[in-house]
Design a protein around this ligand. Structure first.
Ligand code: FAD
Length: 382
């Protein structure tokens, strides 16, 4: 084979969009298949730390994101009841100087739209739900729910927590419900002007068994967002989210600080999501198939690093394909796994424990990471 292998990415979420964009930029004939008919601007925000902004720089959208996002000077942790500081983690200019890129918070839909716009639109296929995959020949044959069949040399499973590719590699197994839910709501900052309270750019309110993370999702600070972590023993709804209510929020955060009560008072709509996890997987790749992001390491979102790990994975996978030579894809996949497993598993664990930045600590191991500069570790067997 003289040409680069053809690649299919299953899933155009944040990890799949990053993989597709980076592969296409590196000259791979890459098609991206997404089950959804289209994406909508669901009410949710996301943190993008310097570690992920370095990948955005490579994709070519760092400046647009910097213009789009809110740039908090600190991550504050506060006692949910008294409001006392538990930590003040410097971001802002410190992030730029110490970690090499900005720390921003954005609307997830705006980020996703921008990332998807970097893909070759002719090679992005919506309404394509992968239902079957056959890799017994010298190409991978993919069957989609509309009956269409496509082929590729390599298939990347960026298909999220219920990954079909993971199932092909490891057999059917539902993710574990963590026993926690997240409520998500976007609030108009205009409404908050009625209160003589300080609404900080990035703050997490904590008590023993629950929390509320709050931040702006637009650079003009017109949209404020909260996402919670609240224990709920069972999730039997059978859907990826349900509607919640102001009353439910009041009950969940009874006794919390007046600032939190103001946020609840200003809530118009709020949704509730189950938080799903898996233990670290024994296999990330086999033959022509490889996994990234939530397909191989879904986690509680309590470090705000799940998408960051998916995007770092995408960047490391492309780096390894280029480093080894893409026709030796199995070696490249093992190099990729070797260089991602430990970090992704550590982030999964800290997210599970929900200890991140609760008290002052040095976040450099997360934010200072540069997927393009970190020396590559060789797999044990080579
Ligand atoms: P996904 O985003 O789940 O994308 C998978 C894509 O694959 C989807 O578009 C899906 O439709 C598609 N797909 C699935 N199956 C198929 C199929 N069979 N065929 C074709 N397409 C398919 N992370 C952060 O970094 N920062 C945060 O602040 C943050 N906050 C979060 C808050 C909450 C409440 C939650 C639940 C998560 C949060 N995360 C955050 C985590 C983050 O959302 C995920 O880790 C991230 O979306 C994973 O990206 P992914 O591309 O691997 O998977």
């Amino acid at each position: 084979m003289t040409q680069k292998p053809t690649i299919a990415v299953i899933g155009a979420g944040l990890g799949g969009a990053a993989a597709g964009a980076l592969l296409q930029q590196a000259g791979y004939d890459t098609k991206v298949y997404e089950q959804a008919a289209a994406f909508s601007r669901l009410g949710a925000g996301i943190h993008l730390g310097p570690n992920v902004m370095k990948v955005m720089r490579r994709i070519g959208i760092e400046e647009k994101l910097n213009a789009m996002g809110s740039h908090p000077d600190y991550w504050f942790s506060r006692d949910g009841k008294t409001g006392d500081h538990q930590s003040r983690i410097p971001l802002g200019s410190v992030a730029l100087q110490e970690y090499g890129a900005a720390y921003i918070t954005v609307h997830r839909g705006d980020l996703h739209e921008l990332m998807v716009s970097t893909l070759d639109q002719e090679r992005l296929h919506f309404d394509k739900r992968l239902v079957d995959i056959d890799e017994t020949g010298n190409k991978v044959v993919m069957t989609f729910s509309d009956g269409s069949i496509e082929e590729a040399d390599i298939v990347i499973g960026a298909d999220g927590v219920n990954s079909r590719i993971r199932e092909k590699l490891l057999g059917p197994e539902a993710p574990t419900y963590s026993g926690w839910v997240a409520h998500r709501a976007i609030i108009s900052a205009e409404k908050l002007k009625a209160y003589d309270l300080d609404f900080e750019a990035c703050v997490k309110w904590w008590s023993e068994d629950r929390h509320m993370m709050v931040y702006f999702v637009t650079g003009d600070e017109k949209e404020y967002y909260y996402v919670t972590g609240v224990p709920e023993p069972e999730w039997n709804h059978g859907t990826s989210f349900v509607d919640s209510s102001r009353e439910e929020m009041r009950a969940a955060f009874a006794g919390y600080h007046p600032t939190v009560q103001a946020l609840i008072d200003c809530t118009e709509t709020v949704t509730k999501w189950p938080l799903l996890e898996r233990n670290p997987l024994p296999t990330w790749h086999e033959n022509r198939l490889v996994l990234l992001g939530d397909a191989c390491h879904p986690m509680k979102p309590h470090m705000a690093q799940g998408a960051a790990m998916a995007i770092e994975d995408a960047a490391m996978l492309v780096r390894c394909l280029e480093d080894v030579g893409a026709h030796q894809y199995q070696e490249a996949f093992e190099l990729y796994r070797t260089n991602r497993f430990e970090r992704a598993s550590r982030v999964q664990q800290v997210s599970h424990d929900n200890t991140w930045l609760r008290h002052d600590e040095d976040p450099a191991w997360v934010f200072g990471y540069d997927v393009y500069e970190v020396p590559l570790k060789q797999p044990a067997s080579s």
